[in-house]
Design a protein around this ligand. Structure first.
Ligand SMILES: Nc1ncnc2c1ncn2[C@@H]1O[C@H](COP(=O)(O)OP(=O)(O)OP(=O)(O)O)[C@@H](O)[C@H]1O
Length: 305
């Protein structure tokens, strides 16, 4: 479990992270979202002691990273997949990490199998494709069998099979009662993977909420109706207090009702229906809506100063 407490990190005049507080709880996958430059990587680096906070702190299982006796057995992280010693082989890279962290050497071959790199174990780590480097980085993060896993953009460069592999892996790891934080710009993937979301913008916390609530709270679901008699249909729904907007191509968008109600009303009034579809927004829609609002809000705040 990770506890971020009032974390601030400044680079010169830039507040990369600004008074950020949240927890990464065990037993679930927490998605870490934010527009480019929001401060996600900086926050993750601070969690594993690679960046010293300007103020505030991060606790991993109640301790600061630098006070952990054997950090890799507590928290594993994938930050920059390309940051490996190029001259070493894939196996050599993991074996070196295992040795310096007093971890059993047999873990290395186990993990090479787990992440699907056994066949390239003797290749130079530098020659790996981005996707394979990501797998190697994930293997390194898992080496100490940690209770907390931090993955910064782990599916970057992976093919669809690799993306699914990461999704299944993090779900399994969280299912074992571990804490997982994963950042990604692939919203469709986050929607399939994350149980909980932390959304940040300009270094500040914007949302800390179950993924499902974030999507329903920041998007509009409606019943799309196509009929040759849109005006009559609209009046019927409006008379029952349903908000009806005009969609593209003469369609109607009814908010706060369902397909059954629409179908029954139309049948009772002998109105033909060509289409009745419930439309729910995606995480991507919700994220765009949510961050657009926050950008506007921040711009106004900035102007008021
Ligand atoms: N080492 C550094 N020196 C100076 N500025 C930095 C440094 N690292 C990050 N920044 C700045 O801090 C801000 C946050 O960057 P960070 O990489 O943490 O964001 P991010 O949310 O991970 O972005 P992305 O989604 O693009 O990866 C940016 O304005 C960035 O330019």
């Amino acid at each position: 479990m990770i506890e971020v407490r009032e974390l601030t990190k400044r680079y010169g005049k830039v507040r990369a992270v600004d008074g950020l507080s949240f927890r990464v709880e065990p037993g679930r996958v927490t998605g870490f979202l934010g527009p480019n430059g929001a401060g996600k990587s900086t926050a993750i680096r601070a969690m594993v002691g690679l960046d010293r906070p300007t103020s505030g702190e991060v606790l991993v299982d109640g301790k600061r990273y630098e006070d952990l006796p054997r950090p890799l057995t507590t928290v594993g992280a994938l930050l920059d997949a390309r940051a490996v010693h190029g001259g070493r082989s894939v196996r050599g890279h993991l074996a070196g990490l295992a040795r310096s962290n007093r971890l059993p050497a047999r873990r290395v071959d186990e993990l090479l199998e787990t992440v699907g790199l056994a066949s390239v174990a003797d290749k130079r780590a530098k020659g790996l494709s981005l996707g394979m480097s990501q797998r190697l980085g994930i293997a390194a993060a898992l080496l100490g069998d940690p209770q907390t896993l931090l993955l910064d953009e782990p599916v970057n460069g992976l093919d669809p099979e690799g993306v699914k592999w990461v999704r299944d892996l993090v779900k399994r790891v969280a299912g074992e009662g571990r804490a997982v934080l994963i950042s990604s710009h692939l919203m469709s993937e986050m929607a399939l993977t994350a149980d909980h979301l932390i959304v940040i913008g300009r270094g500040r916390l914007l949302a800390d909420t179950p993924a499902h609530d974030f999507i329903t709270g920041n998007s509009r679901s409606y019943v799309l109706i196509r009929t040759p008699e849109p005006e009559r249909m609209r009046d019927l729904l409006a008379a029952r207090g349903v908000q009806v907007d005009h969609g593209p191509d003469g369609s109607l968008e009814a908010v706060g009702t369902d397909q059954k109600t629409v179908g029954t009303l139309a049948a009772e009034s002998r109105i033909a229906l060509y289409e009745v579809t419930t439309t729910t927004a995606s995480l991507e829609d919700a994220f765009m809506q949510f961050t657009a609002d926050s950008v506007e809000y921040r711009a106004e705040q900035g102007a008021a100063r």
